[in-house]
Write a protein that binds this ligand. Sequence first.
Ligand SMILES: Cc1ncc(C[n+]2csc(CCOP(=O)(O)OP(=O)(O)O)c2C)c(N)n1
Ligand SMILES: [Mg+2]
Length: 273
Amino acid sequence: MSAKKVDVKALQKTAIELRKGILQVVNSAKSGHPGGSLSAVEILISLYGYKMNHKPEDPNWEDRDRLIISKGHASPAAYVTLSHFGYFPKEELVTFRKLGARLQGHVHRKVPGVELNTGSLGHGLSVANGMALGARMRKKDFKAYCLMGDGEIQEGSVWEAAMTAAHFKLDNVCAIVDYNKIQENGLISDIMGLEPLAEKWKSFGWEVVSVDGHNLDELIKALDRFGTIKGKPMVIIANTVKGKGISFMENTCKWHGKAPNDEQLKEALSELE
Ligand SMILES: Cc1ncc(C[n+]2csc(CCOP(=O)(O)OP(=O)(O)O)c2C)c(N)n1
Ligand SMILES: [Mg+2]
């Protein structure tokens, strides 16, 4: 049972639309990062479409929940999601990665709804901690969410931030790991394994929930648990598939930072019908 009313079927349809949008923007820019964008779609939808308190018409509303998209290369996913939920017109998406446009290749605060410039991996969780401490000092109820990649959490700075959040008992921080098992050039397990990942976070003092990161019901349930846990931060380990939804992009690093050409786009879109 979810705390708020939610139409999961409608959100699943949204996921298809957002996947199409991701493919289209990287195709039109002839560059960008589809793999880690496609893996994060349901995570972003569960936040913007369900959990977070936010006002797209007033992106700087001071009581809004904050989401740091720390894996800043997933800008195609971020931008199609933000435009879908009303932060800026969808027509602007064609300017992705164009000279002078605000929709640059890594997420940037000039884009309404973006909280932090990211791209250099490993910094988001520290900033989320700062926002959460700020909320506590100002007696505000807003929450700070932070979306990170699994390759990203190989960065030592993430674990310093993990210690910090536990030390300060930041139960208003929720980290989400897009655990697609693949980084830029290969498998996480070959390059710098993370297992046992849940135990690592637990030992750092975090509440840990593992979910299928493409299952909106599971994501929603996990997000609803956040807020009920007092005195410690929470991490959602979202098991995902890099390139999710497109057969030839799934489970490979080949589409980490590569755009489909027109023919590949057509094929990819046909799989989403
Ligand atoms: C500090 C830093 N080092 C290296 C890079 C280059 N880089 C961009 S994306 C990426 C792979 C990240 O892997 P992961 O976090 O698993 O992302 P995802 O699979 O979600 O796309 C790397 C190494 C970077 N952006 N920042
Ligand atoms: Mg990854």
